[in-house]
Ligand binder design. Structure first.
Ligand SMILES: [Zn+2]
Length: 219
């Protein structure tokens, strides 16, 4: 993966956050972080600034047997130690069944870097995000319903798992489940923002192989 592309994409995110009241930018921020009053916008700006200047240690690839895309490891005091990426992360797109694109690689890199540099988390407890270093056990996560990050706001808005988390929902029996709070520490929000902002800026287009498949699908 080209580091120059990563730096370009971080600048794309920075540009969106620098002018949050421009309608297009506002829509990207709202789609990826929600509009909950608990959202702490300055810490989003701060996290992206850390992505720009910070570094984080990466270990050799995860063992073949491990199906995970990537992992950030913590020590006994729950300080992040390093990140490992799985074989899926390094795999080139060769088959139609492989949905893993360069866009997904970039988004995963950003996701893991925010864990390390800004203590972002993946898990939700009692309706709010936990920091990555929080030891609370929970099974509710802040992921979307698919591996590939979305290219557009419309795409992300069509993801049921995401909109239930971001906007809340009305279960059949129980009262309304409110939007999840503290999305500014959701690692996946940064992954979705880098994908959508990068695509909007023309820096993260589909892979050539993706385009080839689109053409092929028409026949
Ligand atoms: Zn994560």
């Amino acid at each position: 993966m080209a580091l120059s592309l990563t730096n370009t994409l971080i600048a794309d995110m920075e540009a969106v956050l620098a002018n949050p009241n421009v309608p297009g930018n506002r829509a990207m921020i709202d789609a990826t972080f929600g509009v909950d009053p608990s959202l702490h916008f300055p810490s989003i700006v701060d996290t992206v600034a850390k992505l720009k200047t910070g570094t984080f240690p990466i270990m050799l690839p995860l063992a073949k047997i491990n199906p995970a895309l990537a992992f950030t490891f913590y020590d006994a005091t729950m300080s992040p130690k390093y990140t490992q990426f799985g074989r899926t992360f390094y795999a080139q797109r060769k088959k139609k069944t492989c949905k893993y694109s360069q866009r997904a690689q970039e988004a995963t890199l950003i996701h893991e870097a925010t864990h390390y540099l800004a203590d972002t988390g993946d898990y939700i407890h009692r309706g709010e995000f936990l920091k990555g270093s929080d030891e609370t056990q929970t099974s509710r996560t802040g992921y979307t319903g698919r591996l590939d990050p979305y290219e557009t706001i419309a795409g992300l808005d069509g993801d049921i798992a995401w909109i239930k988390m971001r906007d809340g929902y009305e279960p059949k029996i129980d009262p309304k489940v409110p939007p999840v709070k503290k999305m500014h520490i959701n690692a996946e929000s940064y992954a979705q923002l880098v994908s959508i902002a990068g695509h909007a800026a023309g820096h993260l287009m589909p892979n050539i192989s993706d385009i080839a498949f689109v053409v092929q699908d028409k026949y």
